[in-house]
Design a protein around this ligand. Structure first.
Ligand code: FES
Ligand code: FES
Length: 160
């Protein structure tokens, strides 16, 4: 098995580890760094459960080789919590809007929502639906998820 040193920044911390060059970023985040918000759903890039933010863009980490993370800044859901484990506004909105049932898809959805919210732009509901369309949820019917993202967007823009 060929191994390689991968150095990157995860949730604000510089880290490095030797990895099997065939490892996915999902496996690196879950197994080496215990970031279990990163879920393994389809593992073929179709469901969005493994979505993380890399250098400001969303990626399905199951189809992203861990070695490609060299020098990159990666953010997972764990980075959103406050110092005492407080939920961020978007996480709280998912709770308040009943946008979580089994929760398996939730971290992936929320990281895409973070990207949307941090753009500082206002999107229509249809635009939000399109931006979140890379995520599958078998439980909620999507409307509550859209409500959570839309309400948080409006609040952050002072339009709630
Ligand atoms: S687990 Fe990565 S897209 Fe489904
Ligand atoms: S809440 Fe169960 S898959 Fe989305």
């Amino acid at each position: 098995m060929e191994k390689k040193l991968v150095r990157c920044n995860i949730n604000g911390k510089d880290v490095e580890t030797y990895l099997d060059v065939r490892s996915s970023l999902t496996d690196m985040l879950r197994n080496d760094y215990r970031l279990t918000s990163v879920k393994k759903g389809c593992e073929v890039g179709e469901c969005g459960a493994c979505n993380v933010i890399i250098d400001g863009e969303c990626y399905n980490s199951c189809i992203y080789l861990a070695v490609w993370a060299e020098g990159k800044h990666i953010r997972t859901l764990e980075s959103l919590l406050g110092p005492n484990g407080e939920l961020s506004d978007i996480q709280q909105a998912f709770v308040d809007e009943a946008a979580v049932q089994c929760g398996f898809c939730t971290p992936g959805f929320i990281m895409t929502a973070v990207k949307i919210l941090e753009s500082g732009k206002e999107y229509t509901r249809e635009e939000l639906r399109k931006q979140l369309s890379g995520h599958l949820c078998r439980c909620t019917g999507y409307e509550n998820i859209l409500n959570a993202v839309e309400k948080t967007m409006k609040k952050r823009l002072g339009k709630a």
